[in-house]
Design a protein around this ligand. Structure first.
Ligand code: ADP
Ligand code: ASP
Ligand code: MG
Length: 417
């Protein structure tokens, strides 16, 4: 007998017939004698609708009330799944974040889980009950519902798996695993049977939204055996209930991966904006003077490039921010203009960041050069580059995103291996 946490995303619970199908997946594991806890997302599209309503009500709304509204989608699906489970004879009960409780910090709208006492759920296991838990939500120190940021039900599931020391955390979604790139963009993408925590962390941070970044961090820290698998598979097909090797992608330690490729995957993030400050005086403290105030305004600056200005006497500072933050960033830059002293500020929306990821890069030269050459052959202009030990990120014009992803995917042979 094992202990399993099963998480079902928005498309998996999009309507009542899919919720019934999810109930069959859960029943399969219960019938096999396992302790099961389930985490659900809101029905697909529901959270977007709720977010839009809060904006409609007031663009500058209170984050605590935003949370009160957007957390409601998960409450509905938890109740519906509990009903569907009871209907097929499974002893089930729905629970919201505050009832477990899933304790978070006070950052409403993007809260972090601080603590989950597993004993409540372990008691439910003892009673033979399947706990169906509303994902994406917890309770803050102010005693109010807090949500975990978009895609946060993944994080709820992994955190709960860590708290109850589950043998496995299964993230059921609308694809049957983690692919070499987003299969919606590149139909030739291949499913990976395993991917290391480090690579998955990079893939998720660099745009592959199949798992929320924080869920991968938690899985890595707490060594949660996490599988990404499809809820659309027939729940009773052979092998679906395999304890050690269920169908899907295992996120695991590097050591568990025998045949390591140089490049594992390609990720992309649209809606990046590039901002350039022209002719900034070249003296110590300038970078701190620019990026300090941007950070204080909660603007997430990503790539930074500094080069000599045309006049040869000063420097140009170019960096990227999410497109949605451009206006806020420009306002901050205006306030620091008198102290920093720059000549002009330019900005370009609609950029994309395309990234090549692989732990094999640590020991292989020439991976970046291959990318640059392949993009040049397709006449894709590179606007900025950043690299780390296991990834290369390239900023390009948005309309070239799909072409760049497919080009890089094929140049590293990811469609063939
Ligand atoms: P859920 O609602 O189940 O949480 P998401 O929409 O958040 O599902 O995540 C699943 C989606 O992630 C897939 O439909 C796919 O388009 C996208 N995706 C992006 N990159 C990848 C990748 N490398 N592998 C698999 N899916 C990916
Ligand atoms: N329903 C939330 C969202 O759409 C959380 C999730 O699906 O993981 O962001
Ligand atoms: Mg998701």
């Amino acid at each position: 007998m094992a202990r399993i946490v099963m998480k079902f995303g928005g498309t998996s619970v999009a309507d009542i017939s899919r919720i019934r199908n999810v109930a069959r997946h859960v029943k399969r594991e219960v019938d096999a004698g396992h302790d099961v806890a389930v985490v659900v997302s809101a029905m697909s599209g529901k959270t977007n609708e709720l977010v839009a309503w809060t904006r409609d009500a007031s663009p500058m709304h209170d984050a605590r009330e935003y949370d009160a509204v957007v957390a409601s989608g998960e409450q509905v699906t938890a109740g519906l799944l509990a009903i569907a489970l009871q209907n097929i004879g499974v002893h089930a009960r729905s629970w919201q974040g505050w009832q477990i409780p899933i304790k978070t910090d006070n950052a409403h709208g993007a809260a972090r889980i601080m603590d989950i006492d597993g004993s409540f759920l372990i008691q439910r296991f003892g009673e033979g009950q399947v706990a169906v838990i509303a994902g994406f939500q917890g309770i803050g120190p102010d005693n109010r519902i807090a949500t975990l940021g978009r895609g946060g039900s993944d994080t709820s599931a992994v955190a709960i798996a860590a708290a109850v020391k589950a043998d496995r955390c299964d993230i059921y979604t609308d694809v049957d695993g983690v692919y070499t790139t987003d299969p919606r963009i590149e139909p030739k993408a291949r499913r990976l049977s395993k991917i290391s925590f480090e690579e998955m962390l990079e893939m998720a941070s660099l745009g592959a939204k199949v798992l929320q970044v924080r869920s991968v961090e938690l899985a890595m820290v707490h060594r949660v055996r996490t599988f990404v698998r499809s809820s659309f598979d027939d729940p009773d097909a052979p092998g679906m209930g395999d304890l050690l090797n269920p169908p899907g992608t295992l996120i695991c330690d590097e050591e568990e991966i025998v045949e390591q490729q140089v490049v594992t995957g390609i990720a992309y993030a649209k809606d990046e904006a590039q901002i350039s400050l022209r002719r900034v005086s070249d003296r110590p403290g300038v970078a701190a003077g620019i990026f300090g105030p941007l950070a204080e305004a909660n603007i997430n600056v990503d790539m930074i490039v500094q080069n000599i200005s045309e006049d040869g006497k000063s420097t140009d500072m170019t960096f990227t921010v999410p497109s949605g933050d451009v206006d806020k960033a420009l306002a901050v830059l205006e306030t620091i203009r008198p102290t920093i002293g720059y000549d002009a500020v330019q900005h370009d929306d609609g950029m994309s960041k395309v990234s090549v990821i692989g732990i094999g890069m640590r020991s292989h030269a020439g991976v970046a050069a291959t990318a640059f050459k392949a993009l040049a052959e397709k006449s894709i202009n590179i606007r900025a580059i950043t690299t780390s030990e296991i990834k290369i990120s390239i900023l390009i014009d948005g309309p070239y995103t799909e072409l760049a992803v497919r080009t890089l995917h094929s140049v590293y042979g990811l469609d063939k291996q």
